[in-house]
Design a protein around this ligand. Structure first.
Ligand code: GRF
Length: 182
């Protein structure tokens, strides 16, 4: 079973739902986000793990890992999840966490990759699926699909074009990972 971590709009979560993937639960680090509404509409259990409710990020992440384990999660998919997972979480799910990133890696890591691609004047970007380790976008690249940067592109237009590619790539790679695991 898959557990999906979200922070915001949840369009990548929606793509995973629409692909019919076996999602047992959804967790967000923020309350009131659209991704939680998408989970509810699909009848998927969800919960909020707000760091403010815990003494430390480590303890929040341990609680999150336990919650996922209790729901039979074998593969964790970060779909727009904007917090760095602490080692205590990574240790539980090492090699079984994937993330979608809206830019080429390792060239454009971090929280503002689309802005950075535009600022660099690159003519090509990418949708990238990576394995997750303790670093910021430092895990192995599992798949990358090019996205052209067009003349006159803004952060918004490039982000929208990249997201459309993510919505195809992420469910495909997640389905492959599940098939490999049997
Ligand atoms: C995606 O582009 C993801 O790569 C980035 O944030 C966006 C999340 O979008 N980290 P959504 O919440 O899935 O709509």
């Amino acid at each position: 079973m898959i557990g999906v971590l979200v922070s915001g709009e949840g369009t990548n979560l929606q793509a995973l739902i629409d692909a019919g993937l076996p999602i047992s639960c959804v967790a967000s680090n923020k309350s009131g986000v659209a991704a939680l509404d998408r989970a509810a509409a699909a009848g998927i259990e969800s919960a909020v793990f707000d760091a403010a409710d815990y003494p430390s990020r480590e303890e929040r992440d341990v609680a999150l890992a336990r919650w996922l384990q209790a729901r039979g999660v074998e593969l964790v998919v970060l779909a727009g999840y904007m917090h760095l997972l602490r080692p205590a979480f990574i240790d539980v799910y090492r090699g079984r966490i994937v993330n979608t990133h809206p830019a080429p890696l390792p060239a454009f890591p971090g929280a503002t990759p689309v802005e950075d691609v535009i600022a660099a004047g690159a003519t090509e970007s990418a949708a990238t699926v990576i394995g997750v380790d303790e670093g910021v976008d430092t895990g192995p690249v599992l798949a990358s699909q090019p996205v052209p940067v067009l003349p006159g592109d803004t952060v918004e237009t490039l982000r929208a074009r990249t997201k459309a590619v993510e919505h195809q790539l992420l469910p495909r790679i997640v389905a492959e990972l599940i098939a490999q695991r049997g």
